[in-house]
Design a protein around this ligand. Structure first.
Ligand SMILES: [Cu+2]
Length: 148
């Protein structure tokens, strides 16, 4: 009995120390939704990560779909990509660009790169027929992705 208790205690102590020593972990309640309304409600934006999680420090391509609040695809939208790691105070290591407009309100973002694991924000500034608006997505880059 005593032995069991002390083992359980030391395990939780190790876990706590690892949390303190390691990188800050992302907030527990982080909203990882890939489909969100823009801040002013002018668009509904869907972010599509690459099919295979991106390795650290490799360039990857994402897709964005822009729709009206009623769900109709929105073409001819200009999108600026920004972002970074809120817990580290740095931005994206690259300057991703929308390089192509796809059918059905789709847009191709090339040049995305994550330089470390953890919580990243992807911020899109959207300018389209309904006006300018913006939306922020959260993504967590995990160790398993780094190992690929
Ligand atoms: Cu960082």
């Amino acid at each position: 009995m005593n032995r069991f208790v002390s083992t359980a205690l030391s395990l939780s102590t190790v876990a706590a120390l690892a949390t303190i020593a390691g990188c800050m972990s992302p907030p527990q309640d982080l909203d990882l939704a890939l489909k969100r309304p823009s801040v002013d409600g002018k668009y509904v934006v869907t972010l599509q990560p690459p099919a295979r999680p991106a390795a650290i420090n490799q360039l990857h391509t994402w897709q964005v779909k822009v729709a009206s609040p009623a769900g109709a695809p929105v073409a001819q939208v200009r999108i600026k990509v920004d972002g970074g790691m809120p817990q580290h105070g740095h931005g994206l290591p690259t300057r991703p660009q929308v390089t192509r407009e796809l059918p059905d309100g789709g847009y191709l973002i090339e040049g995305m790169k994550f330089s470390m694991t953890g919580w990243w924000e992807i911020k899109l500034a959207i300018d389209g027929p309904a006006g300018a608006d913006r939306v922020t997505f959260n993504t967590v880059v995990a160790e398993s992705a780094a190992a690929r």
